[in-house]
Design a protein around this ligand. Structure first.
Ligand code: HEC
Length: 131
């Protein structure tokens, strides 16, 4: 017996195997969205943003009833280069901004909401999904 070259059917099965592996990899990424904020959890962030009623002053996609207009809409906050009119939009700055806005920008009208560092991290994780 000599080895035969692979026929059409085996080639098809090999391709299908490769395709399935890709689909599985993609599904993995979709299922668990990775946060760009160290220690921040996107789902918890959404819950907290809702609970603290940030939507009283902001339009926030994905947050029910968040339609306030005292502050800027947060639709594309994950894409902006600067927040609050001039602060570089990095995870560290965002977490600090959420906790103590007045310390980041004296005189700002955004009030401190009494967030813990951890809560602010979760919230920032959610906000960065808005792009
Ligand atoms: C009382 C109204 C009010 C509440 C409540 C409030 N904000 Fe704000 N927020 C503002 C205002 C006003 C600004 C603009 C501040 C500035 O530029 O000085 C702002 C700015 C921001 C920015 C920067 C936006 C940009 O485009 O630069 C983010 C992010 C943000 N707020 C998130 C939150 C989150 C999250 C909460 C809930 C924990 C929250 N805010 C609660 C009024 C509010």
């Amino acid at each position: 017996m000599r080895a035969r070259p692979p026929n059409q059917a085996t080639l098809y099965l090999r391709r299908a195997g490769v395709a399935l592996a890709c689909v599985a990899a993609l599904a993995g990424c979709e299922g668990e969205r990775q946060s760009v904020v160290p220690g921040g959890d996107i789902e918890q962030g959404l819950r907290l943003v809702t609970q603290y009623q940030c939507g009283a002053c902001h339009v926030i996609p994905g947050v029910q009833g968040a339609a306030g207009d005292e502050g800027p809409a947060l639709d594309y906050i994950g894409r902006l280069s600067y927040i609050a009119g001039g602060i570089p939009n990095s995870p560290g700055n965002m977490v600090r901004w959420l906790r103590v806005p007045h310390a980041v920008k004296p005189g700002t009208e955004m009030p401190p909401m009494g967030l813990t560092e951890q809560e602010a991290r979760h919230m920032a994780a959610y906000l960065y999904t808005l792009r």
